[in-house]
Design a protein around this ligand. Sequence first.
Ligand SMILES: Cc1cc2nc3c(=O)[nH]c(=O)nc-3n(C[C@H](O)[C@H](O)[C@H](O)COP(=O)(O)OP(=O)(O)OC[C@H]3O[C@@H](n4cnc5c(N)ncnc54)[C@H](O)[C@@H]3O)c2cc1C
Length: 378
Amino acid sequence: MSTVAGLEPDAVLASVRAFVDTEVAPHAEEWDQAERLPRSVLDRIGELGLWAPFLPVEVGGAGLDMVTLGRIHEEVARGCSGLRSMLTVHGMVSWAVGRWGTDVQQERWLPHLIKGEKFGVFALSEPDCGSDASADGTLAEQDGTDWVINGHKTWITGGQVADLLLVFARTGPGMSAFLVPSDAEGVEITPIPNMMGIRSSMAADIVLRDVRVDADALLGPQGWAAGTIMTGALDLGRYSVACGSVGIIQACLDACVSYTSKRSVKDGRLRDLQLIRRKISDMVTNVRAARMLCEHAGRLKDSGDPAMIMAAWVAKYHASTAAVAAANDAVQIHGANGCSPYYPVARMYRDSKIMEIIEGSTELQQTTIAEEAYREVA
Ligand SMILES: Cc1cc2nc3c(=O)[nH]c(=O)nc-3n(C[C@H](O)[C@H](O)[C@H](O)COP(=O)(O)OP(=O)(O)OC[C@H]3O[C@@H](n4cnc5c(N)ncnc54)[C@H](O)[C@@H]3O)c2cc1C
């Protein structure tokens, strides 16, 4: 299988589906238990051109539309949410460099990010603040033309294999974004073991102690990163997580249809029992509804419509809560087998819960979406 660049969306999806069925899904359990992804699968993502395929062809991307990107992330999540998470954060960093980088920054980083030769991570959350990014305590102070950064970032997806950190830090009253090489002096990366879900995504805690970077590390406008780079990257991340949640629901549905077709109990085959059928019907309905909400958000993003922001919130809210419900039912349908490592649904149960926390938690969505409704009425 070669790169997806130049292929029609249907061919892209067929290629990604085949990759997931043969090279991802069969190994997801093993990667989950090992708490890491092998280099070989990350290299395959690079060979297929899937790290940042939405970037324009002129800079080496595939110029892929957002709807197709979302379907790719859905497919990858159907096989392994840990791998989808890596695509999400790396995509957010690549987007930020592509959208806000100077010529020098783009020449330095983009070719490597697009091929996956350098892995980018999104370093925003801190031990004392997650949902409320305005409370971030990381500081960047100017020293001549250099910047000196001190702070503590945590839960950073892919942090263990990071080459480039997109670090958000306070610069006076506002927040700025910095491109920090992971091998800069003063960067200390510590793996976070035993996460509940998306365990193969190699999360890390990152301390920055007097990390000195030059003026070229500042990405975008100084002091204005919150409303520009951070918002834009989080929009993309939220969309990806919504699509990833659709992949989890689809995987739960596939597993349950297969299992209930083979397993019998006293009253007959599981697939013939009405209470089981109700759960399957809910999964079918929710996966279709969630996919449509994602496609709607993707289409708005493709057309540059600002309504995409709320559409992504709604898609992520529905898809992530529906994924939790589907995974809960999937474990129930599998009985004790569902609690074992021999069937994929226990992993999906753990992975789905994470989707309700990252890229805007369920509670934040519940308040934000309602706020929009009142604004529209006013
Ligand atoms: C597996 C995993 C991977 C992650 N990867 C990354 C990454 O790559 N980069 C990164 O920067 N961060 C990452 N995070 C962190 C993630 O973004 C935060 O966990 C998330 O923003 C929530 O913040 P918090 O955990 O500090 O919860 P808190 O902000 O402390 O919230 C705790 C609870 O309070 C609720 N809450 C908060 N505010 C309100 C409110 N106003 N009204 C009602 N309820 C509220 C929340 O919904 C939540 O249920 C990751 C987290 C996980 C679990």
